[in-house]
Design a protein around this ligand. Structure first.
Ligand code: DGT
Ligand code: CA
Ligand code: CA
Ligand code: ZN
Length: 580
C-alpha cells in the first residue's frame, strides 16, 4: 500500500475526531495537536511522506508523536493508536457526534445509559421516547434529533454530500492517472453533473492494460471493503461509506464510456434513441453502425454529439430537461465560464475568527486569478467568536486603502463586510458605519428555527437596507447536515427585484446556496446574481468555479451574473444599489 499526503491528512482527521470522543473534549491538547498537524500537512508544498521523523518534526505544526504516527502509517500502512481508537469507538459513534447539537459528552451518555452506539439505535431510542428523561436531553432535543436523523436517511438510502464526494473523487482520479499506461482517469455519474448529493462514484480509466490500475485502486488506503472485482470493472466501499464503481476501457473508447457513465439516465435514453433513428447503436464502448458494427465515433464525447447532430452539451446540463432539443437547434443555455469572472464579492481574511489567510495573502491570490475587483467581507461584530468590532473594521479600511495605493489600477479593493441578519432583520453596527462601507452583504447565521413568515420578513427587511447589496447564502443550509430555512421564495425574489438586491450563488461545497432549485425558479425574473467563493483561506478562492457550475446547471444566463460584467459597470453596481 502506497500512502500519500491526503491519506496522512485523513489519518489525522480521524485521530482528532476519535480523540474528541475518547477524551470528551473537542478542545483538548491532543485534539488541537492533531488538528494543527493536519492543517500543516494540507498546507505543505510537496510530498511529505518521504520525510524522516526528524524532518517531519521541523515542519511547523507537527510534533514528535505526530511525526512518529506519520512514519508508522507510511511504513506499515496502519497506525496502532488509530486501530485502538477505532476498536473502542465504532463508526456509528462518529455519526452521532456529527449530529447537530450532539457533543462528546452527550455521545458518552447515550452510550453508557441507553446503549446507543449509532444513528439506527438512536432512532429506535427516540421512537420509545427514551431521551425525554435523559440528562442533557428532553422532548425538544428528541424532536430536533428525529428531524436530523430523517435527513440522514436509513441504511442503504444514504446519499453523500458533494463536499465529501468531490474531493474524494479528485484524489482517486489523481492516483489512478499516475499509474503507468493510464491516459486518463475521470469521475462521471451524478458528481460530474454536479449534483448536490451522490449515490455513488462512477470512475472511468482509459488504458490498454487494466491490471495495474485495478491493483492500484483496490490497494488505496481509503478502501474499506471490496464488493467485486474483475478485469475491467470493480466496486468498493471507502472508509467514508461511499461506494465507487470503477470501469476500465481502452483509450479510444473513453469518450463513449464517459458519455454513458455521466448520464443522466434520461439523457442517455434520448441519445440512444437518436442513434437508433440513424441506424446506429450507442453504448459505453462506441457509437457504431447497427448493421456492420463499424465505429462512427468513440474517442471523445464531442465527436459523438457531433455525429448525432447535436452541439456539445455541458455535463451539468445533461438532466433531460429539454437540453437535447435545444442542442439540436444550436440553442443551448450558455455556459458560465470561470474565465469570464473578474471579481469576487465574499471573501474573509484572518480578521474573521474562522478564516486563515491574511489580507495580503488573499489579495495576492486574487491577483493571481486575474481579478480586477475584490470585496473584502469579514464577519460583522454580531457573529459570536468570529465577528469584527467597529474599531477593528475601521482599522481594516486603512489597511485596505494603503494596499490599494500599492495596487494602483491593477485591481479595485472594496472595503466590505458580511452583516448578520437578526431575527427581525436587524443588522450589525450603526447605520452610519454601514453607509461608509464600499460594499455590504447580509446573511443568516442563526435563528434557523423561525417559521416561514418570519424568515421571509427578516430577509426582506435586510434587503431594504441601503448598505445591503447582496444576500449571502440565502437559505443557510448545509447540504446533508442542516436543512434550508423555510422561505416564501416568490416573495423573496420580488423583494430582491424591488430593492435592487442581488442574490449570492455561494460556491462553498457544503452550502451551494442559493440552490439550483431556487435559481431555476428565478429564471424568469429580473433578479441579479453574484458568484462568490466565500473563501476562508486563499486557496478557497477557486470555489467560485463551483458557483459557476451551479449557475450553468440552472441555465442562468451569464448576463444576469454581475461578476461577468465589464469592470466599470461592476464597480458602480457594488458601490450603489441604484446603479444600472
Ligand atoms: P447517483 O449515483 O444515484 O447519484 O446517480 P447517477 O446518475 O450517478 O447514477 P448511477 O451511478 O446509477 O449510474 C451512472 C450512470 O450510468 C447514469 O447516470 C447513467 C448510466 N446508467 C446507469 N444505468 C443506466 C441504464 O439503465 N440505462 C442507461 N442508458 N444508462 C444508465
Ligand atoms: Ca453514481
Ligand atoms: Ca454507479
Ligand atoms: Zn462568509
Amino acid at each position: 500500500m502506497r500512502v500519500d499526503k491526503a491519506d496522512v491528512a485523513d489519518m489525522l482527521r480521524e485521530l482528532a475526531e476519535l480523540t474528541i470522543v475518547e477524551e470528551g473534549d473537542p478542545q483538548s491538547f491532543r485534539v488541537r495537536a492533531y488538528e494543527s498537524a493536519r492543517h500543516a500537512v494540507e498546507a505543505y508544498g510537496g510530498e511529505l511522506v518521504d520525510l524522516s521523523a526528524a524532518a517531519l518534526q521541523k515542519v511547523p505544526g507537527i510534533g514528535k508523536s505526530t511525526a512518529a504516527k506519520i512514519r508508522e502509517l507510511v511504513e506499515q500502512g496502519r497506525v496502532a493508536k488509530l486501530d485502538e481508537l477505532r476498536e473502542k469507538h465504532p463508526p456509528g459513534v462518529l455519526a452521532l457526534l456529527r449530529l447537530p447539537g450532539v457533543g462528546p459528552k452527550a455521545v458518552a451518555r447515550l452510550r453508557a445509559e441507553l446503549g446507543v452506539h449509532g444513528p439506527d439505535e438512536l432512532r429506535a431510542a427516540i421512537a420509545r421516547h427514551a431521551l425525554r428523561d435523559l440528562k442533557g436531553f428532553g422532548p425538544k432535543s428528541e424532536e430536533k434529533l428525529a428531524r436530523a436523523l430523517e435527513r440522514l436517511g436509513g441504511e442503504g438510502e444514504r446519499r453523500t454530500p458533494i463536499s465529501v464526494a468531490l474531493p474524494l473523487a479528485v484524489r482517486i482520479c489523481a492516483r489512478l492517472s499516475a499509474v503507468p499506461g493510464v491516459e486518463r482517469a475521470a469521475y462521471c455519474g451524478s458528481l460530474r453533473r454536479f449534483s448536490e448529493t451522490v449515490g455513488d462514484l462512477d470512475i472511468v480509466a482509459a488504458t490498454e492494460d487494466g491490471a495495474p490500475v485495478m491493483q492500484e485502486a483496490l490497494s488505496m488506503p481509503i478502501v474499506d471493503r471490496v464488493l467485486s472485482r474483475g478485469d475491467t470493472r470493480a466496486s468498493f466501499v471507502t472508509r467514508a461509506g461511499l461506494q465507487v464503481d470503477l470501469r476500465v476501457v481502452a483509450p479510444h473508447q473513453i469518450g463513449a464510456a464517459m458519455l454513458y457513465f455521466t448520464g443522466s439516465k434520461g439523457h442517455n435514453i434520448k441519445l440512444r434513441q437518436r442513434a437508433i433513428d440513424r441506424g446506429w447503436t450507442l453504448n459505453e464502448y462506441a457509437l457504431a453502425d447497427a448493421a456492420t458494427g463499424d465505429v462512427v465515433a468513440s474517442r471523445s464525447e464531442a465527436d459523438i454529439y457531433e455525429a448525432l447532430g447535436l452541439s456539445f452539451i455541458h455535463p451539468a446540463q445533461r438532466e433531460d430537461a429539454g437540453e437535447i432539443e435545444l442542442a439540436e437547434k444550436g440553442n443551448l443555455p450558455r455556459v458560465v465560464s470561470s474565465e469570464s469572472l473578474i471579481g469576487d464579492f465574499h471573501v474573509h481574511t484572518s480578521l474573521s475568527g474562522d478564516a486563515r489567510s491574511s489580507l495580503e495573502e488573499i489579495v495576492s491570490a486574487a491577483r493571481a486569478r486575474g481579478y480586477r475587483v475584490l470585496a473584502i467581507t469579514d464577519h460583522a461584530e454580531g457573529l459570536p467568536a468570529n465577528g469584527v468590532g467597529a474599531d477593528a473594521l475601521r482599522a481594516q479600511r486603512d489597511q485596505i486603502r494603503a494596499l490599494q495605493r500599492e495596487l494602483g489600477d491593477a485591481m479595485t479593493l472594496l472595503w466590505g463586510v458580511e452583516l448578520n441578519i437578526g431575527p427581525h432583520g436587524e443588522l450589525d453596527y450603526d447605520a452610519e458605519l454601514r453607509s461608509e462601507l464600499d460594499f455590504g452583504l447580509a446573511s443568516i447565521h442563526d435563528h434557523f428555527d423561525l417559521d416561514e413568515a418570519r424568515q421571509t420578513a427578516r430577509v426582506v427587511k435586510a434587503m431594504e437596507d441601503p448598505a445591503v447589496k447582496m444576500i449571502g447564502h440565502l437559505s443557510a443550509r448545509m447540504i446533508g447536515a442542516r436543512p434550508p430555512v423555510p422561505l416564501d421564495v416568490p416573495a423573496v425574489l420580488a423583494a430582491a427585484e424591488r430593492t435592487g438586491t442581488a442574490l449570492e450563488i455561494n460556491g462553498g461545497l457544503p452550502r451551494l446556496d442559493v440552490s439550483v432549485d431556487v435559481l431555476r425558479r428565478a429564471r424568469d425574473r429580473g433578479v441579479r446574481f453574484v458568484l462568490t467563493s466565500d473563501a476562508h483561506k486563499d486557496v478557497e478562492l477557486g470555489r467560485i468555479e463551483y458557483a459557476a457550475l451551479n449557475a450553468t446547471r440552472a441555465w442562468v444566463d451569464p448576463d444576469r451574473i454581475v461578476n461577468t460584467w465589464e469592470r466599470s459597470r461592476l464597480e458602480a453596481w457594488a458601490r450603489s444599489k441604484s446603479a444600472p
